[in-house]
Ligand binder design. Structure first.
Ligand code: ZN
Length: 476
């Protein structure tokens, strides 16, 4: 009974009218509320995350939109992480509009992200997977309901944050290989200098093409009496995955939420404790140690092992936190226009020829799959507008980018941000494909191949970082 107990101790405060925004005399009461909305689909729905589509045949564990709302008496922020591979901007915008209509919480103060589990319903069309309209409608409503319920649960709270390290579960998945061992890319080019997910322990491996970010960032809110209300963590790992291709699962993000709740002794509370693991910058990071031959494992063993490692570190960080009764909150959002890497007339002619020869049903080869993507990108306009958002929670900064962001970019944001610590939530407020650095674009490889999963201009990353730093400067 967190809310009732907590309210009783500050009932005098609760009766006071809120100070008008910008009055300077903030009413110094800090509140937090959390809720989870179940977003599990029906069986039979399309699952994306591979080049080929799959149909859901089993639900291994339920999917959720995990919602945290913070309120400093003047400003209210919401952060939501959905168990989904990626969610297009229109769905997130529609959910934000619903929340704003119902509660007055400004749409630009809401951060909605996808965790990037690869065992969830298709919500954005990628490769051979297309979304189900009914599911998208359901998802929109459930996200809005979750934020609304988190607002309903707002109760006095104290807050703390900190960072730890879990280096054993993150590996850069792009590798430089021995000359002549990288196959032609699906555009017929033989100029790729890196290979994504090479054969582990292959004698052709040279070195990883980039770093990793082992940081586990933790934001914790408790009732004034010290009962856990919610925990938001951030880790830069793409996903873990299971060998059961037709299962629906929240991957290690869901398993983390379950494990940290257990470690904090926060089971069966009312309102329920809520943990949320957001994805940092993991566009080029996965959970495969390429130097070693993989050991055979049961389908969900690795998911549990990773979740346990990250939750154990988050719990260790929690034990050292000192909580504050009040911190200021603020958010800044803007839109950035970026060019689209559109195909040339020659690219289109080649794609046309490949598709004319393809024998269905379905596309079989990478050349065929990328030829179709070329025809789809041909229809894109020459530029696209991205939502970029920065949040400030006390001295903690959060950057939100609507892409699968390369880890180098997250490390640069952590270093350059005036707020310490700062972390990034990727796949937030929309979906605009992979975001490699210009240097990584030169190396080629899967994440740079033009498709609906990678189409922003080569210089997108520095422009995005510059824009985010301008937002942080305003927040500071
Ligand atoms: Zn991905």
């Amino acid at each position: 009974m967190i809310a009732l107990a907590a309210c009783a101790s500050v009932s005098g405060f609760a009766a006071e009218p809120a100070a008008p925004a910008g009055s300077g005399e903030a009413r110094r009461q800090f509140r937090a509320g959390a809720a989870t909305s179940n977003i599990t689909p029906r069986l039979g729905i399309s699952i994306n995350g591979y080049f080929n589509d799959r149909a859901a045949r089993h639900i291994h564990d339920e999917l959720h939109a995990r919602c945290l709302v913070l309120d400093d008496g003047r400003t209210r922020l919401a952060s939501v992480a959905c168990d989904s591979c990626m969610i297009p901007r229109e769905i997130m915008d529609a959910a934000k509009r619903l929340v704003q209509e119902r509660s007055g919480l400004a749409a630009d103060h809401i951060l909605i992200s996808a965790t990037h589990t690869h065992t969830a319903p298709t919500s954005a069309g990628v490769f051979q997977s297309e979304p189900d309209k009914e599911y998208l409608q359901f998802l929109t409503g459930r996200i809005a309901d979750g934020v609304t319920r988190a607002i309903n649960n707002l109760a006095p709270a104290k807050i703390a944050w900190g960072v730890g390290q879990e280096p054993s579960q993150v590996f850069n998945r792009r590798w430089k290989m021995k000359p002549g061992t990288i196959p032609a890319n699906p555009f017929g080019g033989t100029n790729d200098l890196v290979k994504m997910n090479p054969q582990p322990a292959s004698e052709n491996l040279v070195e990883p093409a980039g770093p990793t970010d082992p940081q586990v960032a933790v934001l914790s809110v408790q009732s004034p009496e010290g009962l856990p209300i919610a925990l938001l963590a951030n880790y830069s790992l793409h996903y873990v995955g299971t060998s059961r291709d037709n299962d629906v699962s929240a991957d290690y993000y869901g398993a983390f939420a379950d494990r940290i709740q257990q470690l904090l002794g926060a089971d069966r509370q009312d309102p329920s404790f809520m943990a949320l693991l957001s994805n940092g910058t993991s566009g080029d990071i996965n959970n495969i140690n390429f130097r070693k031959k993989p050991e055979p494992r049961e389908p969900y063993d690795q998911i549990r092992a990773v979740a346990d490692a990250v939750a154990t570190e988050a719990h260790r960080v929690c034990k050292g936190l000192s909580y504050q009764d009040w911190v200021p909150l603020s958010a800044q959002q803007t839109e950035l226009n970026l060019s689209v890497r559109r195909p040339s007339p020659e690219d289109i002619a080649r794609a046309d020829a490949i598709l004319a020869k393809a024998k269905g049903p379905g596309l079989k080869t990478l050349d065929e799959i990328y030829a179709r993507e070329t025809m789809l990108i041909k229809e894109y306009s020459s530029d696209v507008s991205l939502v970029l958002q920065a949040m400030r929670i006390g001295d903690l900064g959060i950057a939100a980018i609507p892409c699968e962001v390369f880890v180098e970019i997250g490390l640069a944001i952590k270093k350059q941000s005036p707020l310490k610590p700062t972390f990034t939530i990727e796949l937030a407020n929309g979906y605009n494909g992979y975001l490699p650095t210009p240097e990584q674009h030169k190396l080629g490889g899967y994440e740079t191949w033009r498709a609906r999963s990678s189409y922003l201009e080569v210089e997108a990353a520095p422009k995005i970082v510059e824009t985010l730093m301008a937002l942080f400067a305003k927040l500071k």
